[in-house]
Design a protein around this ligand. Structure first.
Ligand code: HEM
Ligand SMILES: [Cu+2]
Length: 658
């Protein structure tokens, strides 16, 4: 009996590495601290009422933000471990197996559980306010999306301490990811963690697509819509077409592994290349859909901090939409070395074509800044830093798109440098700019600028120090995913420099955490009472910060692009308050515990199938079905805020100006 338990435990829990034991201890301790604090301060009810059951897009946005920052930490620790291992030849910090696991979890977490939720945080925090809506089109579904993301991410992260991490790379190519080569739970964690959160992402895409098309304030025609909302719309178009491909691909891989099918194995008539084509038909659009909203942020920030309207608005919209369409026609550039010459030529051209709309956008940002009164606040700093970074990232992308030359760069450090340059310089810088920019809207106080500038410089210097040497390492032949190298290769000085840079970025992250904590502590001094600290141009700045539950006491009527700015210029905004006194009752969605519970059941289902405990998996799925039925039969899903209550709230928060 005891022997059996011991055997089970040694397979169930990941053992044999001091780092993992340390993680076990810290996970248990952190959980205990959280439980203790919640109990001691009697906060369980508050947590359930205010957060776990909320359908308010603003709170959901905050939960996405917190989760994404935690995941940035986890993915960052993975990165630093890898960089430490590579700092010198023949290092023995990580063995090959452990290194494989770490680059797999790093890549997966950074894209799916860091970039995606950070993007969804901005969708939720900004879009409804920017288009003058009271919530998203489907608030309940929005909560379901969040909890699917959350429990999918938890499931994936659990693999670190239970069962073992996946190790077949962030896209998990077969045949390596098939049962013969990767038996056990690791790959299953990958499949189910991503599957569950991916369904949530698809729902978010649908939600914001409908929200933007159907819920804009009266008068805001599509061509008067702010560019951030346009970028979200383009991103959602990609989600709508790309995520179903991911769901099917992972589903087929699961069928291969679980039922012994042969979709992606050569024996039995399948082919791994089917998978590789499918996963990149999702994967390439995926990387574009995370960068488009960053482009949207830059457009807002540039025009706010130069006090000018954006140059070439229509060409900006055109560029966004054409990038979202082009994104579906480039996937083969990920395996030029495996395709034929005709296919290579076609996909080389489509890939290079992406540079055109992107170039249009860069010039428009520059023309907007030209002769503007530029205010060097942190959101603007990140935007200015983005331009040269993305330019180099884009140019090296075009180099990679030259199919014959790609036979040289393929799968070496040149590629690693290229995609980090666009992912960090584009996506991460963009979302940071967005967080700094909209932070006061969300929380009612600004972030300390001084610490923010330290973080900015550390991240930037760190970035170039880390990734510029990697281009050279690529030319020197260092393959991607190598866990070690010898003294004879001549690679160590550049690797060492790269590692130093990675730690500088780590220091930058610490400064950001410090900046946030410091600003929370001193929020009374940093308080913004105007609701419009940057003298903004779009509707979100016309209401108090943080916005009340119903966002707009009276839905604004939009006449021009940058409506709020022109109302301020004409001085008519002061009269809005007086008119607005004529409040009406407001229709709102009720909070619900079902999304959280449904997410929990998905987690149980995923966990069960991961360990091939079929009955646990099936029970989880039954739970999911039951929670859907429960929602179906729910009667009272909405309520009204009375006109008097709206009036009282507005008087309290100073909404009714003038
Ligand atoms: C914060 C600084 C970062 C550092 C120092 C870093 C470092 C690394 C390293 C050392 C590797 C493994 C290279 C190899 O052995 O092949 C890697 C791979 C990867 N990184 Fe990062 N990274 C960082 C941020 C990011 C971000 C922000 C993203 C995405 C948003 C990202 C996405 C990826 C992906 C997709 C891979 C490929 C994983 C694979 O080969 O399966 N990284 N990174
Ligand atoms: Cu691609």
């Amino acid at each position: 009996m005891f022997e059996n338990i011991k055997k089970f435990a040694s397979e169930f829990f990941v053992t044999g590495n001091s780092l993992i034991y340390a993680a076990d201890v810290s996970i248990v301790l952190t959980s205990l601290v959280i439980v203790f604090v919640l109990t001691y301060y009697k906060k369980w009810g508050w947590l359930w009422r205010e957060w776990l059951t909320t359908v308010d897009h603003k709170k959901i946005g905050i939960m996405y933000l917190i989760s994404a920052l935690l995941m940035l930490f986890r993915g960052g620790v993975d990165a630093l471990l890898m960089r430490t291992q590579l700092a010198f030849p023949n290092m023995e910090l990580l063995n090959s197996e452990h290194y494989n696991q770490i680059f797999t979890t790093h890549g997966t977490i950074m894209i799916l559980f860091m970039a995606m939720p950070l993007m969804f945080a901005l969708f939720n925090l900004v879009v409804p306010l920017q288009i003058g809506a009271r919530d998203v089109a489907y608030p309940f579904l929005n909560a379901v999306s969040f909890w699917l993301f959350f429990f999918g991410a938890m499931l994936f992260n659990l693999s670190f301490v239970i069962g073992g991490s996946p190790d077949a790379g962030w896209l998990s190519y077969p045949p390596l990811s098939e049962n013969n080569f990767s038996p056990g739970p690791g790959q299953n964690f990958y499949i189910w963690g991503i599957q569950i959160s991916g369904i949530g992402s698809l729902a978010t895409g649908i939600n914001f697509f409908v929200t933007i098309l159907k819920m804009r304030a009266p008068g805001m025609s599509l061509m008067k819509m702010p560019l951030f909302s346009w970028s979200v719309l383009s991103s959602c178009i990609i989600i709508l077409f790309a995520f179903p491909i991911l769901t099917v691909t992972l589903g087929l891989l699961f069928v291969d592994r679980f039922f012994g099918a042969h979709f992606f194995t050569l024996d039995g008539g399948g082919n791994p290349m089917y998978y590789i084509n499918l996963i990149w038909m999702w994967g390439h659009p995926e990387v574009y859909l995370v960068v488009l909203p960053a482009f949207g942020v830059f457009s807002e920030v540039v025009s706010t901090f130069t006090k000018k309207r954006i140059f070439g608005y229509k060409s900006m919209v055109f560029a966004l939409v054409s990038i979202s369409i082009l994104s579906f026609f480039t996937w083969v550039h990920h395996f030029f070395t495996m395709a034929g010459t005709t296919a290579d030529a076609f996909f080389a051209v489509t890939t290079m074509a992406v540079a055109i709309p992107t170039g249009v956008k860069v010039f428009n940002w520059l023309f907007t800044m030209f002769r503007g009164r530029i205010q060097m606040k942190t959101p603007m700093l990140w935007t200015i830093a983005f331009i040269p970074t993305f330019l180099v990232g884009g140019a090296t992308g075009v180099m990679l798109a030259v199919a014959p030359a790609d036979f040289q760069y393929h799968n070496n450090y040149f590629l690693i440098a290229h995609f980090h340059q666009v992912l960090i310089g584009g996506v991460v810088f963009g979302f940071f700019a967005g967080i700094y920019y909209w932070w006061p809207k969300v929380f009612g106080f600004t972030l300390n600028e001084h610490l923010g500038k330290w973080a900015f410089w550390l991240w930037n210097i760190g970035f170039y120090t880390t990734f510029m040497p990697q281009y050279a390492l690529g030319f020197m032949g260092m393959p991607r995913r190598s866990y070690t190298y010898g003294w004879d290769m001549g690679w160590w000085p550049l690797n060492f420099v790269s590692t130093v840079g990675a730690f500088l970025m780590g220091a930058g992250f610490i400064f950001q955490v410090w900046q946030i904590l410091y600003s929370i502590k001193h929020r009374d001094n940093l308080r913004d009472l105007t609701g419009d600290p940057w003298d903004g141009r779009t509707l979100e700045w016309s209401i108090p910060s943080p916005a009340p539950v119903y966002n707009f006491a009276v839905i604004p009527r939009v006449e021009v692009r940058d409506d709020w700015w022109y109302k301020k210029q004409k001085g008519v905004h002061k009269k809005i308050g007086a008119k607005a006194r004529n409040y009406k009752s407001i229709h709102m969605p009720k909070d619900s515990g079902i999304p959280f519970i449904m997410g929990l059941f998905w987690f149980v289902a995923g966990f069960g199938f991961t360990f091939e405990w079929v009955w646990v998996g099936v029970s989880g799925l039954i739970g999911v079905a039951v929670s859907m039925l429960a929602r179906y039969f729910q009667q009272h899903t909405d309520y009204y805020i009375s006109a008097e209550q709206v009036e009282a709230t507005e008087a309290l928060i100073g909404g009714a100006k003038g």
